[in-house]
Design a protein around this ligand. Sequence first.
Ligand SMILES: Nc1nc2c(ncn2[C@@H]2O[C@H](COP(=O)(O)OP(=O)(O)OP(=O)(O)O)[C@@H](O)[C@H]2O)c(=O)[nH]1
Ligand SMILES: [Mg+2]
Length: 268
Amino acid sequence: MLRPQGPRRIALVGRPNVGKSSLLNKVARAERVVVDDFAGTTRDPVDELIELKGKQWVFVDTAGIRRRVHQTKGADFYASLRTRAAIEKAEVAVVLLDASTTLTEQDQRVVSQVIDSGRAVVLAFNKWDLVDEDRRPYLEREIEKDLQQMTWAPRVNVSAKTGWHVEKLVPSLEKALESWDTRIPTGRLNSFLGELVAGNPHPVSSGKQPRILFATQASTRPPRFVLFATGFIEAGYRRFIERRLREEFGFEGSPIEISVRIREKRKR
Ligand SMILES: Nc1nc2c(ncn2[C@@H]2O[C@H](COP(=O)(O)OP(=O)(O)OP(=O)(O)O)[C@@H](O)[C@H]2O)c(=O)[nH]1
Ligand SMILES: [Mg+2]
């Protein structure tokens, strides 16, 4: 897929009140959108064209995500549909979390929704001005427990209120987008995989050992890989391949998809 020209699109997402609108204002260096203590201030996505480090970006402020789209009602239902559409339209999502309080189930829903969208991701731990030494170890544990699905996403600690470290966002966004756009040449992919499989063959189950014959990267944005194999590839082995692909090629900030197609061995 060719990348469309023009500014890159970034959706700011998170549960209500985490500071999405505050961050947009800070990045824009102007009060462009309404910030309030009330959870549910933003109702409609707002696009802002912002120049940072000589480049144009479109930042999209969104309505806070409370629950899954199909579980919401009335005005909230339409707000959540618009948030979902804004994520789909963006290339990368900045998932905001309130670092000063315990991560919640709502945060997990945001994470799942962003994972499902296949967009690139940067995690922003906001309200860092309120994080004290005592909170840090708890936060680390919560991250380990609740954000397992996104271990590959770059993390930035920021304060949308004071502007602290907000400038660290752009390098992380660039990194995530680069990963999202990456294509591994077929030759390189297969020489890597050949070595990997030779060194760590798939476990034998009921006397059979599926072999991986060949792989190709079918698309980018996000990177999708197709493995051709002689039989069913276990989930554990797929995860192993994903881990090694990341070790080899990076993909920081991007989800990657691996699917398997079974190809019968040719009978002679
Ligand atoms: N201390 C502190 N407060 C913050 C920070 N960022 C946002 N806030 C406060 O958090 C509250 C919510 O901020 P918003 O920017 O409106 O949050 P939002 O995520 O856009 O909320 P919704 O639009 O309701 O989903 C406001 O009172 C902000 O002043 C921060 O970094 N530090
Ligand atoms: Mg808002």
